[in-house]
Ligand binder design. Structure first.
Ligand code: TTP
Ligand code: MG
Ligand code: MG
Length: 428
C-alpha cells in the first residue's frame, strides 16, 4: 500500500501548514478545533492589540439609583417582589455582602438579607442607557462591539500615541467620563485579547480598572479559580474539581491532548483559555449581520399588552442602532422563552425598513403567532437581519415613504440631543 507522506500546503496567510488530511495527531485535533488553527495562523510581527472590556456595575440597580438617589449605599435588588416572588436580576454590592446574587429567587435573597429593598424593573430605560452608552463609546474607540446590555469591547489597537502612549491611564479617564456623563459606575479591564480582558474585569469589580500587560496573561490567570473562565459553568467546574483541578494554574499544567481526551472539543477551548489565548477581533456593529436585543424578566409575564410594551422598547433600540449605521433590515425575528425554558423563534421577511412602527407591527404579528396570552414568559427578544444599505433600499423598487424617514430622522436628532426618553412613539 502506498504510504502517505505529510505534505506541506501553502495557507493563504503565507504560512506553511501540514496538510490536515495526512497530518499528525496534533493537526488532527487542530483541524477539528478551528480556533487552534487560528492561533497557529497568527503572525508574530503584528501590532500589539489593546482590547478593553467594559462592564457596568450592578447595572439595573445603578439605573434605579439615578431615578431614586435614596437607594444609594443600600442593599437593593432589581427583580421579583417584596413578597418574595420572582428572581433577582441585579443586586447592589451592599446586598452581595449577604450572599445575594443575580438569578437567585427573591424570597431566598430576602431571607439572607432581611433589610433588602426590592425594586421593580424599567426595561425600556435600561435599553435606552445601554444604547446611549454604546453611541458615546463609538466616539471614544475606533471599534466597539456590544457584548450584552451592559458590556462591550473597545479596540484601541494602533491608538497608543493618540492617548499619550498610556492607554491604561486613558481607561481611567473613560471610566470617569461614564460616571460623570451617565452617572453609571463601571469596571474596565485592558489586555491583549477579549478573553483575558473579560476575565480581568471580574477580578476588580466594582469601579475597578486593570491592565494585564502583554506577555503576562498566563501569570495573571494562574491563581484564579477555574470558574473564572467563561464557558466553565457549574457542571464543568464540578467535573474538573472532582479531578483535582481548582485553579487555572492546575489547568495550565495539563497538555492539550489530555484536556481534549477529558472534555472533547470543549477541553481544547479550556486549554487555550487557561493559557490566556483568545480572539482579539472586535466586531464593529455595522459589520455584523444582525442586531438583536433581548430582556429576561425578573418575573414571568403572561399578559400580551405587557409583552408588547417591552417588545416596543426593544424594537426602538434595534431600529435606532440600525439607523445609526444607515441600514435597513429585511428580516425580523422574534424570540420567546417560557418559564419552562422552552425557546421559540419565528421570523418574517418584510420590505427593507428601519422604521420602528413597521418593524414593531411585524414583531407583534410574530408574537401573536407564538404566544397565546396565557403562557408565562421569562424572556423576549427581537432581532433584525438581512441588511441592505439605505441607498440600496431606494434602488430596490420598493416605494419609499419620505414622510416616515424624515420623522424618524427628526426623532433620532431629538434623542441624540435630549436623550432617548425625550420622545416616544405610541404603540397603538
Ligand atoms: P451583569 O453585568 O451580569 O450584572 P450586573 O451589572 O448587575 O452586576 P456586575 O457589577 O456584576 O456586572 O448583568 C447586567 C444586567 O443584566 C443586570 O444588571 C441585570 C441583567 N441580568 C438579568 O436580568 N438576569 C441575570 O441573571 C443576570 C446575570 C443579569
Ligand atoms: Mg454588569
Ligand atoms: Mg454584564
Amino acid at each position: 500500500m502506498e504510504s502517505r507522506r505529510a505534505k506541506d500546503v501553502q495557507d493563504p496567510s503565507g504560512i506553511c501548514l501540514p496538510d490536515p488530511a495526512v497530518g499528525s495527531y496534533t493537526v488532527g485535533i487542530a483541524a477539528q478545533i478551528p480556533y487552534i488553527r487560528e492561533e497557529i495562523l497568527r503572525v508574530d510581527n503584528m501590532p500589539r492589540t489593546y482590547i478593553a472590556h467594559l462592564d457596568l456595575d450592578c447595572f439595573f440597580v445603578s439605573v434605579e439609583r439615578i431615578n431614586d438617589p435614596s437607594l444609594r449605599g443600600k442593599a437593593v435588588v432589581v427583580g421579583g417582589s417584596a413578597t418574595g416572588r420572582g428572581v433577582v436580576a441585579s443586586a447592589s454590592y451592599e446586598a452581595r455582602k449577604y450572599g445575594v446574587r443575580s438569578a437567585m429567587p427573591t424570597g431566598q435573597a430576602l431571607r439572607l438579607c432581611p433589610n433588602l429593598i426590592v425594586v421593580g424593573g424599567h426595561h425600556g430605560e435600561y435599553s435606552a442607557y445601554s444604547q446611549r452608552l454604546y453611541e458615546r463609546m463609538l466616539k471614544v474607540a475606533p471599534v466597539v462591539e456590544r457584548a450584552s446590555i451592559d458590556e462591550m469591547y473597545l479596540d484601541f489597537t494602533g491608538c497608543e500615541s493618540l492617548y499619550g502612549n498610556d492607554l491604561p491611564a486613558y481607561m481611567k479617564e473613560v471610566q470617569k467620563l461614564i460616571k460623570t456623563d451617565f452617572s453609571l459606575p463601571c469596571t474596565i479591564a485592558m489586555a491583549s485579547n477579549k478573553l483575558v480582558a473579560k476575565i480581568a474585569t471580574d477580578t476588580v469589580k466594582p469601579e475597578g480598572c486593570i491592565y494585564v500587560p502583554h506577555g503576562t496573561e498566563e501569570q495573571f490567570l494562574s491563581p484564579l479559580s477555574i470558574s473564572a473562565i467563561p464557558g466553565v459553568g457549574k457542571k464543568t467546574a464540578d467535573f474538573l474539581n472532582r479531578k483535582g483541578f481548582h485553579k487555572i494554574s492546575d489547568l495550565q499544567a495539563v497538555p492539550l491532548k489530555d484536556m481534549v481526551d477529558m472534555l472533547g472539543a470543549h477541553g481544547g477551548w479550556i486549554h487555550q483559555a487557561s493559557h490566556g489565548r483568545g480572539s482579539s477581533t472586535v466586531g464593529a456593529e455595522h459589520t455584523r449581520k444582525s442586531i438583536s436585543r433581548e430582556e429576561t424578566f425578573p418575573e414571568d409575564i403572561s399578559r400580551t399588552e405587557e409583552l408588547e410594551k417591552i417588545l416596543f422598547a426593544l424594537v426602538e433600540s434595534v431600529c435606532s442602532t440600525l439607523r445609526s449605521h444607515q441600514f435597513k433590515s429585511r428580516t425580523v425575528t422574534l424570540k420567546l422563552r417560557t418559564s419552562g425554558f422552552e425557546t421559540f423563534t419565528r421570523r418574517q421577511t418584510i420590505e427593507p425598513t428601519n422604521y420602528d412602527p413597521t418593524i414593531f407591527c411585524s414583531a407583534k404579528e410574530l408574537l401573536g403567532k407564538i404566544h397565546d396570552g396565557r403562557k408565562p414568559i421569562r424572556l423576549i427578544g427581537v432581532g433584525l437581519s438581512n441588511f441592505t444599505s439605505e441607498a440600496q433600499a431606494e434602488l430596490d423598487l420598493f416605494p419609499k415613504s419620505d414622510k416616515h424617514e424624515k420623522v424618524m430622522q427628526a426623532i433620532d436628532r431629538l434623542r441624540e440631543k435630549y436623550g432617548d426618553e425625550s420622545i416616544k412613539i405610541g404603540t397603538v
